[in-house]
Design a binder for this molecule. Structure first.
Ligand code: FBP
Length: 269
């Protein structure tokens, strides 16, 4: 990837990625607040909103989209790894089930994503998988987005850390994205604007997007998004806060104002 700014998932430096891999990560429970969202076609249509620069899905859902007549209206970001909430594991691990080659050549991916559980006892193994992804992505010229999710025993059992949203932990995870060659990291908001500022100071020119999290009020959600943008963040990768709403377009309009037009939450609410 020469310059992620030239890729289709970035517009004027920023991104709004709709994530729709929850059927894998959490199961159908995430679709209950808005049953329409269980239908991939519904979320595909949501992702046609002008504000959305990419739709992140797993391989099987991407295969279904590829068959649609209007499949070129949405930029696909294929998630190459993922894990369900069903097994009991010793620690976090997200196995890879799609290659960059398959994602780009067969599915038409314009970007790829990989979840990294920094701090898990499986971190070393995931580094090896990420290396392959990152090097293959460079060959194909597609950006790599790292779902930066430090969690697991190394975090939980370290008395210096207060958990996966500890600002040090979030910043460390993001920094590893830079060190390992990601083009963009998706991170949880640690809770304060200064904490995101610290994250930004440690990632050079790499892009950062805030992770959506569970559904909240428009105001609370938009304030956090805006807080990250103000200190150098590049947007959002969001699932539940969009597809669990009855009218996702309404929130996407507001997000467009904040992420791409420099507006404040007060101006868009
Ligand atoms: P949300 O905005 O709904 O949190 O979606 C973003 C995302 O990263 C999804 O890609 C993923 O399915 C989910 O969050 C996993 O979140 P967590 O591991 O925190 O439950």
């Amino acid at each position: 990837m020469k310059d992620i700014d030239d890729s289709s998932i970035v517009r004027n430096g920023n991104s709004l990625i709709v994530a729709y891999d929850h059927g894998t990560e959490h199961g159908p429970v995430d679709f209950e607040p808005n049953p329409e969202s269980a239908d991939p076609q519904h979320v595909f249509d949501v992702a046609k909103h002008n504000a959305v620069t990419a739709l992140a899905v797993q391989k099987g859902v991407a295969e279904a989209f590829r068959e649609l007549d209007d499949s070129d209206e949405v930029n696909l970001l294929v998630k190459l790894n993922g894990n369900s909430a069903l097994p009991k594991r010793e620690d976090y691990y997200s196995p890879k089930q799609c290659s960059v080659q398959y994602a780009v050549e067969e599915l038409g991916a314009e970007a790829v994503g990989y979840t990294m559980y920094q701090g898990s006892i499986n971190e070393d193994r995931m580094w090896g998988e990420f290396r392959e992804v990152q090097e293959e992505a460079r060959k194909y010229g597609v950006p790599v987005v790292m779902w930066s999710y430090p969690r697991g025993k190394g975090i939980e059992e370290n008395p210096d850390y207060s958990g996966q949203k500890d600002p040090e932990v979030v910043a460390y995870g993001a920094r590893l994205g830079l060190e390992l060659g990601a083009d963009m990291v998706k991170c949880k908001y640690p809770g304060k604007q200064d904490d995101w500022k610290k994250l930004e100071k440690n990632i050079g020119e790499m892009k950062s997007v805030m992770s959506g999290g569970s559904k909240r009020s428009d105001r609370a959600f938009l304030q956090d998004v805006h807080a990250t943008i103000e200190v150098g963040g590049n947007g959002l990768a969001v699932g539940r806060n969009v597809f669990q709403r009855e009218d996702p377009g309404e929130l996407l309009d507001k997000l467009e104002g904040i992420i791409f037009e420099g507006k404040t939450p007060e101006e868009v609410l």
